[in-house]
Design a protein. Structure first.
Length: 329
């Protein structure tokens, strides 16, 4: 009788993992208990700090720092969450901030320093817009997924429990705010807050055309002891995630799938700008470039001692050229 290995997987409840959640796809030799009833920050904390799960979708930037600190984890190149970040930079409208360079010398609120969304935007501001990360004061609301010692010259303070960076932006206590979500004052139409880039979509498309980067937010972490004991597990998990995504993309190509009048137009626009599979897994040239960029940001901002490479960060899921179901005769 076949006996599978039981593993816990914590991830978001996304369309691209629906087939894993409902059992349509099962990784060969593995019984998954899939946990989806957590917000991202809780899941990242519980995986990186407490080791509650065998496999977990986790913060890309926190994972890189965790590896640098020697935590006993690795990852497979499965990227369930990507997002452009220009639309998540908010300003207080009374501070005279009209362009990115106006942020120099200002006080910027953040959830925490290692949040991947904020880490990406911090690096993009420095490299693309001339806003060095040490030229502003960072005000963090939460503690970090992974503790780190701020490098010399980094100005960062952490708020008490009863303070909110969203409220502070509206009240003018911070000049700007970089967030992973749409902030509550923005949703409420508060005239005291606005986006730094009102035309953020155009700016994100320009950024992509220049850099070919569709920012990776999360990687798929896995405990190193599982890889050591069962080196076949990462490969089988990787291909199960690939199958689940393929089913989702085929399903989502149907314009009747969601009640949006111009859904097909949006779907076609995404392909025209980002290519056939912008959500691709594995270490393709584009994914290597993207991961190398964020690892470079971590190193130059003093968060890691080592300059990590994509090959350092991910366990290999390669099984040989022209092997796999698509090559069967």
């Amino acid at each position: 009788m076949k006996k599978n290995i039981p593993l816990t997987l914590a991830c978001g409840n996304y369309e691209i993992v629906r087939s894993l959640i409902d059992g349509t796809v099962s990784p060969d030799g593995i019984d998954l208990t899939i946990l989806t009833d957590m917000d991202s920050t809780t899941r990242h904390w519980r995986f990186l700090r407490e080791g509650h799960f065998d496999v977990a979708e986790t913060s890309c930037s926190s994972y890189i720092v965790a590896r640098d600190k020697g935590l006993n984890i690795t990852a497979i190149p499965v990227f369930l969450h990507r997002r452009f970040r220009h639309g998540f930079v908010f300003i207080n409208t009374n501070k005279g901030i009209k362009k990115p360079s106006d942020l120099v010398g200002k006080k910027i609120g953040i959830k925490s320093f290692l949040v991947t969304a904020i880490h990406w935007m911090r690096g993009i501001l420095e490299h693309e817009y001339g806003v060095p990360h040490k030229s502003v004061e960072w005000v963090a609301e939460l503690d970090e997924d992974v503790d780190f010692t701020p490098p010399p010259g980094l100005k960062i303070t952490r708020l008490p429990h009863d303070k909110s960076v969203e409220d502070m932006l509206a009240e003018g206590e911070v000049d700007a705010l970089i967030h992973s979500d749409i902030i509550k004052p923005m949703e409420a139409g508060d005239p005291r807050v606005a986006r730094l880039w009102p035309d953020y979509k155009d700016e994100e498309i320009r950024f992509y055309k220049k850099t070919q980067i569709f920012p990776i937010m999360h990687v798929m972490g896995i405990r190193q002891e599982i890889v050591d004991r069962h080196p076949w597990v990462p490969v089988n998990l990787f291909h199960a995630f690939e199958k689940s995504k393929a089913i989702a993309m085929k399903r989502m190509a149907n314009p009747r799938i969601v009640p949006l009048a111009w859904y097909l137009e949006a779907w076609n626009e995404q392909q025209a700008v980002l290519g056939h599979d912008p959500w691709e897994y594995g270490l393709s040239d584009k994914n290597r470039h993207t991961m190398d960029t964020i690892a470079g940001y971590s190193h130059e901002q003093g968060l890691t001692q080592k300059r990590w490479t994509p090959d350092d960060l991910f366990v290999s899921t390669f099984q040989g050229r022209k092997r796999g179901d698509e090559w069967r005769i």
